[in-house]
Design a protein around this ligand. Structure first.
Ligand SMILES: [Ca+2]
Ligand SMILES: [Ca+2]
Ligand SMILES: [Ca+2]
Length: 174
């Protein structure tokens, strides 16, 4: 029983009923519980998005692995392991393009046997996955250049350099 008969006699059946203070306490508790439930729902949704992005990025990593095996090239015709030092303009911001060699080819990939993926998904935050053959994965002021495929994460930004919410796979670094 949620409320004992003593409780009813003492509180509910008295002329006063609940006091204002009791009502406020109950309202406050309900409010705190509702906030906790909403927070955990949001967290679950956020975690699911991260998991989806990680799975997509892994799938892209594998697809580019097949391209590597066949052509010895990365998207945008970078020779495998030719990691430079922050060159700009060599990034692929849309991996469905022919120059990416994943879902279609521009005809310039040697021994291309794709498509290596049927279609390019967008990340769970509505942005495109990217490839950068020289992306700074060093969180600090220093630089560690790496070839990566990734997502800009929940904040939707973070080109060229480390951004803490970016989700990516590293092919090789220097
Ligand atoms: Ca670059
Ligand atoms: Ca850095
Ligand atoms: Ca980001």
């Amino acid at each position: 029983m949620l409320f004992s008969s003593t409780f009813f006699r003492k509180h509910l059946s008295s002329e006063q009923g609940f006091t204002l203070l009791e009502m406020l306490v109950v309202i406050a508790i309900v409010g705190v519980l509702a906030a906790a439930v909403l927070a955990s729902l949001n967290q679950a949704r956020g975690n699911a998005r991260f998991s989806k992005a990680r799975a997509d990025v892994k799938e892209l990593r594998n697809a580019i692995g097949f391209l590597e095996n066949d052509s010895y090239q990365w998207p945008s015709h970078i020779t495998v392991n030719d990691i430079q030092s922050g060159t700009s303009g060599n990034e692929i911001w849309d991996l469905s393009l022919p120059i990416a060699g994943i879902v279609q080819t521009d005809g310039l990939f040697y021994k291309w046997q794709g498509p290596y993926m049927k279609a390019l998904p967008k990340d769970p935050w509505g942005n495109k996955y990217f490839f950068d053959p020289d992306y700074d994965i060093d969180p600090g002021a220093g630089e560690t250049w790496a070839a990566v495929v990734g997502s800009f994460g929940p904040n939707g930004v973070g080109q060229h350099i480390y951004d803490s919410d970016n989700i990516y796979e590293v092919f090789g670094s220097q």
